[in-house]
Design a binder for this molecule. Structure first.
Ligand code: PLP
Length: 442
């Protein structure tokens, strides 16, 4: 009997014992193609020799030094490398151990920044419906996914949620994509004005929405308008690239595609590529200076921030991405994956939308393509597809609640950047079979 507290108490899970490129192997020798990189984590696959060596070397040299006393060479080098590539005025890197820690730190830094500048009234955070920013209490409060929030609602701080930019489901038929984007971006201005501009500290959003919606990218012009509104009212723009960042969309930083830069940027997942748990919050020089010239310290911290082995892994991952031009590869393989998905499912009666950027792709399933109406949530279609796919040797990331946290189903694909053309065919074949099998049971 296991003493591990698993995610689901009734699931009977195989034991993973090895990784080989894009595949995971269980104790019975069964191979699974990792078509979602777990949850958009394993961007380099499961056996990258350079990253494994970097981790081994670092743990042999220096396993840990608490950042309250010392800095470390890999943390310094990784911060330099990230900032050399980062958009806009991002100038400082605060290392953490995962995505939720990055978004929590971002929320707290936004608050402290305004305090340091003598604007203590700024306390409101605005985020979007159907977003996910993590599972710790601050991050969960920021997220707008009803299903994840529901049972913890009494514990969550008040956060305003405006509309997402979800063209497939929410653009009006008589509206251009651009006009739709401007309309929903302008909800931010309306909410700032409703709350009182002098009380709003930050707006948080995922450039491409991941877990909750299935690779939903914004329409052209949306984030430019968001940036404008934030600037006009002195509201910090926090972009959560925990899932969509680190090359996943075909850009090292996802917001590069939208031609804007945030004041604070959160990354994780692909930064450690699964070789170590690591995340980071990047902030502008202006924010850093406000703290440095004010109280002198960020009232935050965890034991493992800036961990030498985690940062050594992150450094090796980013070096691999850059030296092997894997971000461009992600962009071109992403186009091939999209083409293969459209070719296979473009006329499927229950596939409403195939979307995303780079190797971050979503398929939205609908009961009726014409009306875009979702399947009855009671059917649990996403869970059925997940099971059928896993049995068939493909790990993908289906999820229900796509539309509003309850209704809708999608499948998220986020394979390693090293995926080959024959492996794209393998993914599409296995997915096709899983969707057919799952639909046959509803
Ligand atoms: N933010 C986004 C956009 C995410 O997708 C996730 C995880 O899926 C998180 C934050 C939380 O990251 P973690 O699970 O590493 O805490």
């Amino acid at each position: 009997m296991s003493h591990v507290f698993p995610r689901h108490t009734k699931a009977d899970l195989p034991t993973a014992v090895a990784g080989d490129g894009c595949y995971l192997i269980d104790a019975n020798g069964k191979r699974y193609f990792d078509g979602s990189g777990g949850a958009a984590v394993s961007c380099l696959g499961h056996s990258d020799a350079a990253v494994i060596r970097a981790v081994q070397d670092q743990v042999g040299k220096l396993a840990f030094a608490h950042t309250g006393f010392m800095t470390s060479e890999p943390a310094e080098a990784l911060a330099d490398l990230l900032i050399s590539q980062a958009p806009g005025d991002l100038d400082r890197v605060y290392f953490v151990s995962g995505g939720s820690e990055a978004t929590e730190a971002a929320i707290k830094l936004a608050r402290q920044y305004h305090l340091e500048r003598g604007e203590p009234a700024r306390r409101h955070l605005i985020a979007r419906r159907q977003s996910y920013h993590g599972n710790t209490l601050g991050a969960l409060a920021a997220g707008g996914n009803a299903w994840r929030r529901q049972q913890f609602d009494p514990l969550l701080i008040g956060v305003s949620h405006i509309a997402p930019c979800y063209e497939y489901a929410e653009r009006k038929p008589d509206e251009s994509a651009f006009d739709y984007g401007q309309r929903v971006a302008n909800e931010l201005e309306a909410e700032i004005l409703r709350l009182g501009p002098e009380t709003v500290m930050a707006f948080m959003a995922e450039p491409v929405v991941g877990a909750t919606s299935g690779a939903v990218a914004p329409v052209a012009g949306y984030f430019k308008r968001i940036r404008e509104i934030c600037d006009q009212y002195g509201v910090l723009l926090i972009l959560d690239e925990v899932m969509c960042g680190m090359g996943r969309t075909g850009h090292l930083f996802a917001c590069d595609a939208d031609g804007i830069a945030p004041d604070i940027l959160c990354i994780a997942k692909g930064l450690g590529a699964g070789y170590q748990p690591i995340g980071a919050m990047l902030c502008s020089g202006q924010i850093y200076d406000a703290v440095a010239k004010g109280s002198g310290f960020f009232q935050h911290g965890h034991t493992y921030i800036g961990h030498p082995v985690a940062t050594a892994a992150g450094l090796a991952v980013v070096e691999q991405m850059l030296s092997r031009d894997l971000v461009s590869r992600c962009a071109s393989m992403g186009e091939q994956l999209q083409a293969a998905l459209v070719d296979r499912f473009g006329d499927h009666p229950h596939v409403g939308d195939i979307r995303g950027r780079g190797l971050f792709r979503g398929i939205e399933l609908v009961a009726d393509r014409g009306t875009k109406s979702p399947f009855d949530p009671v059917l649990g279609l996403a869970a059925r597809i997940k099971r059928a796919s896993f049995d068939g040797g493909l790990i993908c990331y289906p999820m229900s609640g796509t539309r509003d946290g309850r209704q809708g189903d999608h499948i998220l694909l986020a394979p390693p950047f090293i995926i080959s053309q024959p492996q794209i065919t393998e993914v599409v074949d296995k997915l096709d079979l899983a969707i057919t099998q799952a639909l046959a049971t509803v």
